[in-house]
Design a protein around this ligand. Structure first.
Ligand SMILES: [Zn+2]
Length: 561
């Protein structure tokens, strides 16, 4: 028996088995194409971190049915990808597209860089469940800030909404601990009563039953910052028992970085939950020295058996809401209460002083804070300017410009903080326990998003890893880069049928030009799609073909079994 014959038979049987069909006699198979699509002549990066090798990919329906040498006549359709690389679709373990995917269901900013699955509900905030405390005001905020009618309540009805909308890529949801706490008691600074705790645990149970993959915290935000460690331990114990993931935007990323990492590790140690430290960084020049020690802590915990890993995005700037600089007591009770405090002449001097100290600690100065979005059309001129420039325009001190913006915008101001060092970003990205997560959002250069000047990561993070860090900086090779964006996040999330190019895996993949691929989104002009991404398949359907979005929306809501 020739080797080629054996291989052909192997391929035939493999694909039939993947379809769950009884095997036809071989003469029938010869007459009928075995595959719906064959990607012919590409170089495979299979997601495991092993070296690239030449092989064809045979796809049946939404599944990879064969990897090897495949004759063109075995397929209904053949795509010649000679000279190009194929990789599993990128899995973004850290995104905030909960609302963005409804405003931009084509997910252009994501799929055009090769992202095929994104994990939402991060940093303690999830779109669902949306119930309880002041729910109508919160629905109004959704409308004003995201342009989305938040008509769902539990996780199941949010998922229904996504499925009805039709989405271009797959979605995975984490339950936001801050959202659950706000649902229960509102944004107030006190521990939960035993009765209230029971309610939160019930909500976690229900959310996991409905398909959420785990829980996230945002311990630097309100109301996450009001949560005692013991409360998180109790909640994550339940998540651990259900095999879920715990992702944490830790309590501090500057002066108290190591303390905050230790808290996350402690939670993992006590509950055995898999811990994902979100967007690992040391922010603010005076804290840069702590970055290596932070990685050491994670390494030591991992060696001691704690299932802790981290993710990072490939930029030296972060982006969040400007109210993060306000002391937690000013943020208590929500936007209305916050604005009332800012307007109180008795409180204003104290707020001014404490906020100034926060800015000087991280990112270090007002020049490093660039406004990325506002709600009021009257303030649109400040978008893209730093606080020193805005202060000059307004003839104010920078701290007063900051407070005025928060007051006028009812605390809803986005900014970019240039707080990290290039050396640290490289050290973090290169570390074997760190994967890539964009912290980005589904968007396109139209509508509400076009009025903002967002962080370029939404459009460019994954392409930037391949161009800047692989090709230019040679921080690691292509196989490692692809692993950090595919199998590594898949394993950490607990996703078994995506993240690798192998028989039986879902056909989420991208085809790209390794020597051309590059991010084009910059801080000055973020609404730019990357170069060099040729084809992207989601569940076996082309969402990107020859570099252009096809309009297809084959994405699915992935529910944890
Ligand atoms: Zn975060």
């Amino acid at each position: 028996m020739s080797e080629a014959f054996t291989r052909r038979r192997f391929l035939r049987e493999g694909s039939a088995a993947a379809l769950g069909l009884a095997l036809f006699p071989p003469w029938r198979i010869e007459a009928t194409p075995t595959f719906d699509l064959v990607l012919k002549g590409g170089t495979l990066l299979d997601g495991t971190g092993g070296p690239a090798w030449p092989a064809d990919l045979g796809i049946v329906g939404d599944t990879i049915a064969a990897v090897g040498a495949i004759a063109p006549e075995q397929s209904r359709r053949v795509l010649d990808i000679s000279g190009l690389h194929v990789a599993p679709g990128f899995i973004d373990i850290h995104s905030h597209s909960d609302g963005g995917i409804l405003a931009y269901p084509g997910a252009e900013s994501r799929v055009l860089q090769g992202v095929t699955t994104e994990v939402t509900g991060n940093c303690g905030f999830s779109a669902a469940p949306l119930v309880g405390f002041d729910v109508e005001t919160r629905r109004r905020t959704w409308r004003e800030e995201e342009g989305v009618e938040a008509d769902w309540s539990d996780v199941a009805s949010y998922f229904d909404r996504l499925e009805k909308a039709g989405i271009a890529l797959n979605q995975i949801l984490l339950l936001g601990q801050g959202t659950l706490r706000e649902n229960a008691i509102g944004p107030v600074d006190r521990p939960l009563s035993p009765e209230e705790m029971k309610g939160v645990l019930h909500a976690v149970e229900e959310g996991l039953d409905q398909g959420a993959f785990g829980l996230s915290t945002g311990l630097e935000y309100v109301p996450g910052s009001y949560t005692p460690t013991e409360e998180i331990v109790e909640t994550t114990s339940l998540v651990a028992r259900r095999g879920g993931l715990y992702a944490s935007h830790i309590r501090n990323e500057g002066a108290r970085l190591l303390e905050a990492i230790n808290e996350a590790i402690e939670i993992g140690r006590r509950t055995s939950v898999r811990v994902q430290i979100s967007h690992l960084k040391a922010s603010g020049r005076s804290h840069w020295d702590a970055q290596a020690a932070a990685l050491d802590l994670i390494e030591a915990a991992r060696a001691a058996g704690v299932g802790v890993l981290a993710d990072a995005y490939p930029y030296t700037a972060y982006s969040t809401g400007l109210s993060i600089f306000l002391p937690a007591w000013v943020r208590e009770g929500g936007a209305e209460a916050l604005v009332a405090r800012l307007r109180d002449p008795e409180l204003r001097p104290r707020i001014r002083q404490e906020t100034m100290a926060e800015v000087l600690a991280d990112p270090g100065n007002f020049e490093l804070i660039v406004i990325s979005s506002v709600l009021r059309p009257g303030n649109r001129a400040v978008v893209g300017k730093n606080l020193v420039e805005i202060a000059e325009d307004w003839k104010l001190e920078p701290i007063d410009a900051l407070l005025r913006l928060l007051e006028e915008e009812r605390a809803s101001v986005g900014f970019i903080g240039h707080g990290m060092s290039a050396e640290n970003v490289e050290m973090v990205l290169a570390h074997p326990l760190v994967m890539i997560g964009s912290d980005g959002v589904s968007m396109a250069p139209v509508g509400k998003a076009a009025e903002a000047r967002p962080h370029p990561r939404s459009y460019g993070a994954f392409a930037r890893v391949l161009s800047h860090y692989v090709r230019e900086r040679r921080l690691f090779g292509l196989p490692t880069a692809v692993k950090k964006m595919t199998s590594m996040p898949a394993d950490q999330i607990g996703l078994r049928d995506r993240g690798r190019l192998a028989r039986g895996q879902k056909a989420d993949l991208l085809v790209f030009e390794a020597d051309v691929v590059a991010d084009r989104a910059s801080f000055a002009a973020p609404h730019q799609y990357p170069a060099g991404i040729v084809h992207v398949l989601v569940n076996g359907v082309a969402v990107v073909e020859r570099g252009a979005h096809t309009g297809a929306r084959p994405g699915r809501v992935l529910r944890k079994a």
